[in-house]
Design a binder for this molecule. Sequence first.
Ligand code: HPA
Length: 235
Amino acid sequence: MSIHIAAKEGDIAEVILLPGDPLRAKFVAENFLENPVQYSSVRNILGFTGIYKGKKVSVQGTGMGIPSISIYVNELFREYGVKRAIRIGTAGSIHKDVKIRDLVLAMSACTDSGANNIRFGGRNYAPTAAFSLLKTAWDIAVSKGWQPKAGPVVSSDMFYTEDPNEWKIWAKFGCLALEMECAELYTLAAKYNREALGIMTISDSLITGECTSAEERQNTFTRMMEVALETAIAN
Ligand code: HPA
């Protein structure tokens, strides 16, 4: 096992879905995977491996924010040989054309994070999705009639910012939504030469102040899970 994941070699599939919420990992395992086996519950960050359409797929929580996802993705890439990692999560819209319940594919992830500041010594790295996964997810979503939006997102270190208007500078430069993890996932995928993509459902809008209801979240999240699973098993 690694420090934060209680799995043996071979317990985790080469392709993995990464929700922030461990209970959403359990939901995916119970509702989409055949014969799911829980491989870890360290700190209640649940991880499962099962079969989706004949292929081995894992799903595990990452917690919220860059420091948390960094720990899990480092261990998944370095110690468990994960080759393809797809984040599934929520995001807040900061773009007038990105509405509540929309699916957003993160082409790139701007960030105010201290992590890349430390890593790159003040230089500005551009965390970017794997084009092949982006294209596959786009095609799958379109084929199901769930037209996604694709563009840059912002992986912010703080949910509760001191300045409530901070998001507007990102909006001015064309970013679609705020979330808290993609920049680190993409940076680590580049470092370890793996594939990564972030697929987000818009749960709230900083422009209109709207929020999704629990029921709406359930339905729209299911769409995101399906796109992510189909993308995970694609060639
Ligand atoms: N900020 C950051 N992360 C989020 C948000 C937000 O407004 N909404 C959903 N995830």
